[in-house]
Design a protein around this ligand. Structure first.
Ligand code: SF4
Length: 281
């Protein structure tokens, strides 16, 4: 969509209207000659061979390793962001290396042969604000017989998720809280996150969900019951990771979530879901 007021980005529900040369709220997409491009395409801030459990994903090729990449930018503003140094900055503020999907896929294959790497994980910052790079890497990875893993807040349009879903083998999607009210606090879209989980699950992708428990924000039993009910309404077989908040970014002065709170809320979720794991404990 383009008119005299600029072009509208439809990658997420923010629908930023961008005059030529302007960058969107996520800092990763930019208007150029009447169209929106991923300005972070091929720009990598982080690259590591991680255990799959670190994503966190517990039930897809457990014990395996996955080459994990991050770029920069995010369409949310969670005050507790654990990766703010890359998620909450633009490309002129963080050191990047430039690469191509084929180069990354070749590296993934080399690491398969040398270290047992299973594929490529799109993680660290929000990958869907640069979904075109995920798509192109995922095709290269599939062509080499390897797996694609997506770690995302899920707040992207139906069209974007429909493009990626057939290419993604496993995903961990945040369900940050039980309502749009909670998502208003983190700057996200509750309905998009729920839809993404359902679409990926429906496409046959292995999906796990993470809920970070923040004291005073989403830490009572009713919050967790409602969150787990959302997941259960898609499938009670979807694993849920109930994880502990640690003080970071704009909440650097807060106390971590008590371990007892995580254990109590995990029990609440276990009344609704078959697989509930605790994280950061
Ligand atoms: S992806 Fe970025 S530019 Fe596009 S609508 Fe969302 S925040 Fe705005």
């Amino acid at each position: 969509m383009s008119d005299a007021g600029g072009v509208v980005c439809t990658t997420c529900s923010r629908h930023c209207r961008l005059p030529d040369g302007a960058t969107g709220f996520c800092r990763a997409r930019r208007a150029e000659r009447g169209r929106v491009i991923a300005a972070n395409y091929g720009r990598i801030t982080s690259l590591a061979l991680d255990p799959i459990e670190k994503k966190p994903i517990a039930f897809f090729k457990p014990g395996g390793w996955i080459l994990s990449i991050g770029s920069y930018g995010c369409n949310l503003r969670c005050p507790f962001c654990q990766n703010d140094e890359i998620s909450q900055h633009g490309g002129d503020e963080v050191p990047c290396r430039t690469t191509t999907p084929a180069e990354l896929a070749d590296l993934a294959a080399q690491l398969r042969d040398e270290r047992g790497n299973m594929g490529l994980a799109y993680t660290y910052n929000e990958p869907l604000v640069g979904w075109e790079f995920v798509r192109d890497c995922a095709r290269e990875i599939r062509a080499r017989g390897m797996s694609n893993v997506l770690v995302s807040n899920g707040c992207a349009s139906e069209e974007v998720v429909a493009v990626l879903a057939p290419l993604v083998d496993a995903a961990n999607i945040d369900l940050k809280g039980p309502s749009q009210r909670y998502y208003d606090w983190v700057g996200g879209d509750f309905a998009s996150a729920c839809r993404t989980i359902a679409m990926l699950h429906g496409s046959g992708c292995h999906v796990e969900v993470t809920t970070l428990v923040v004291p005073g924000r989403n830490d009572d039993d009713a919050d967790m019951a409602a969150t787990a009910d959302v997941v259960a309404s898609i499938s009670p077989d979807i694993p849920l990771h109930v994880t502990r908040f640690f003080p970071r970014w704009r909440m650097a002065d807060e106390e971590p979530t008590p371990v007892a709170t995580i254990r109590r809320l995990a029990d609440v979720a276990r009344n609704r879901l078959r697989h509930v794991l605790v994280g950061n404990c």
